[in-house]
Design a protein around this ligand. Structure first.
Ligand code: C2O
Ligand code: CU
Ligand code: CU
Length: 541
């Protein structure tokens, strides 16, 4: 099946010219975009500390015994810079883990050899428009793109993934993603676990057919609800088992799934300790009975196996929850072959091998294989976060709306779908300002069927550019019984770039729009919703 991308660059140029003619599109904005010109040459004056080449390819990886699985992959090669910048994670679909330092100047030569359009976005990084992977810069197979940016982010965990509009969900599903870490001087002083004790925990759900090949959604109904797979992969592998020593580890959890929301927790009720959220360390560690993780979110976990006997096993689960999906959504899925190990028949288990949103299932097993006497101490102060208040914004009484609703078979924002050449009045933001933004569900209560049901979904809302702070989370009309199954799992105290809005909630955030003018996307990170147009853009000038 070939899917036509409605937003290729050439069409974009035409439509922008059209929009300009009708004066709907600010001229300055067009100039800023340089008419969508792709940046294919390195800037002579930019002297990078780190230079990478990343190539988008089709390949096949061994996920199960037997046939290899055909995937798409970002392959990285270090051209210049510290040797540990590119850390391969093995023969899996995920790209290498990219380890950067705050302050580094970075240049990435991106080469597309995929056979279809592609562009990389650095989710969580504060970079200029031209290096942000806006879909207007999607390049054809055979073309190249040059990214250049300085690492302004402090220590934290981010990720890179494809952002080719209309193709994002399918391309991410096929593999196009990887982890980014950033370190800085403050973090180094904390002496957090490093090297073999600092590990990725990339969680993704996929569905495979009998030949070990990926199966993706086809029906509109599935896309409206978002893809849910029947097999959970951790770092690209099913039934993942980590062999650990009896000491503390830093596990960087990243929900790289298209639309599955995880409720991370130990089965025996041991609480989880988080030391970071999205692109930043927390101010102080947070202890939670469980942690909700929506697509796009990251949580730095402090997992301490000290005192555990050699041979003991701990299983991290996605614990059961309710109400983040319309009731009808529970009937979804179930094609392909369920490949879950133990726990497969847990609650929420659907017939035909599918796994419902909110089902309980194991994510990974941690097996203590060695006893060590020494373990790093959990620092009680991790970073300094200046809390924003209304006094820091220029629109306290008039927050920018991000109203989530349903249009004709498409989830929308402020009643609109994504259009590359459109910016609304509420989306024009002064460069250097801090804005209060209100994220809420804009729909009447009730409603049946696809439209009504859709409204009772959770949506992870991601804003490109600088990280923001959650300043309020109000429950305006939640179902208390459902809400009680998720409400203790939000990490709202740190810096965020993706926040989960559950049904009946309203979230207030404050976001700085500093340093870079241009177009910056915001969208639902349920990738099926994003591709269906639940995306808009801010024009910062
Ligand atoms: Cu992770 Cu606009 O995306
Ligand atoms: Cu992003
Ligand atoms: Cu959504």
């Amino acid at each position: 099946m070939t899917i036509k991308n409605n937003y290729n660059r050439r069409q974009f140029l035409q439509s922008s010219a059209l929009a300009l003619a009708t004066a709907a599109f600010p001229k300055a904005l067009l100039a800023n975009m340089e008419m969508g010109t792709v940046k294919s040459v390195a800037t002579p004056g930019f002297n990078p500390d780190v230079e990478l080449e990343i190539t988008a390819i089709k390949t096949a990886v061994p996920i199960f015994s037997g046939n290899k699985t055909h995937v798409y992959k970002y392959e990285s090669k270090l051209l210049k810079g510290p040797a540990d910048t590119v850390q391969a994670l093995g023969d899996i679909h995920l790209g290498a883990r990219l380890n950067f330092q705050h302050g580094q100047k970075i240049r990435v030569f991106f080469r597309n050899q995929l056979g279809e359009q592609n562009i990389i976005h650095w989710h969580g990084l504060h970079v200029p428009q031209k290096s942000d992977g806006h879909p207007m810069y999607a390049i054809e197979s055979g073309e190249s793109y040059v990214y250049e940016f300085e690492m302004l982010n402090p220590a934290g965990t981010s990720f890179y993934h494809t952002h080719t509009h209309n193709f994002t969900a399918r391309q991410v599903y096929k593999g196009m993603a990887g982890m980014i870490t950033v370190s800085d001087a403050n973090e180094k002083k904390l002496e957090l676990p490093q090297g073999e004790y600092d590990l990725p925990l990339v969680i993704q759900d996929r569905t495979f057919d009998e030949n070990n090949q990926l199966v993706y959604v086809h029906s509109m109904h599935d896309r409206m609800l978002g893809f849910l797979g029947s097999t959970v992969l951790v770092n690209g592998q099913p039934n993942k088992e980590f062999e650990v020593k009896s000491r503390a580890y830093r596990f960087r959890a990243l929900n790289g799934s298209n639309s599955r929301i995880y409720k991370l927790g130990w089965d025996d009720g041991t609480p989880l300790v988080a030391i970071g959220t999205d692109g930043h360390l927390l101010e102080t560690p947070e202890t939670k009975p469980y942690i909700m993780m929506a697509p796009g979110e990251r949580v730095d976990l402090w997992l301490d196996f000290s005192g555990r006997a050699v041979g003991s096993k701990l299983v991290m689960y996605s614990l059961p929850y309710q109400g983040l999906m319309p009731a009808m959504g529970k009937m979804q899925q179930g094609r392909g072959r369920g490949r879950m190990g133990m726990g497969m028949m847990g609650m929420g288990m659907m017939s035909h091998g599918g796994l419902a949103q909110g089902a309980k299932f194991p994510i990974a097993t941690f097996k203590v294989t060695a006893k060590v006497s020494d373990s790093p101490k959990l620092p009680q102060h991790l970073s300094t976060i200046k809390r924003f208040t209304d006094a820091d914004v220029d629109n306290a009484s008039n927050p920018i709306p991000i109203a989530l609703s349903m249009g004709h078979m498409s989830p929308q924002i402020n009643g609109r779908s994504f259009s590359m050449d459109r910016v609304d009045a509420t989306e024009k933001v002064a460069l250097g300002s801090h804005k209060k933004i209100r994220i809420f569900h804009a729909h009447s209560e009730g409603g049946m069927g696809m439209m009504g049901g859709m409204m009772h979904m959770a949506h992870p809302i991601h804003l490109h550019g600088q990280q923001y702070q959650v300043v309020s989370r109000k429950t305006t009309h939640v179902n208390e019984e459902n809400y009680a199954t998720v409400s203790e799992g939000f990490l709202d105290k740190g810096w965020k770039d993706t926040v989960l809005l559950t049904p009946g909630e309203e979230i207030g955030i404050i976001k700085p729009f500093e340093d870079f003018a241009g177009l910056f996307l915001y969208h639902c990170h349920n990738l099926e919703h994003e591709d269906l147009g639940m995306m808009r853009q801010f024009y910062v000038s």
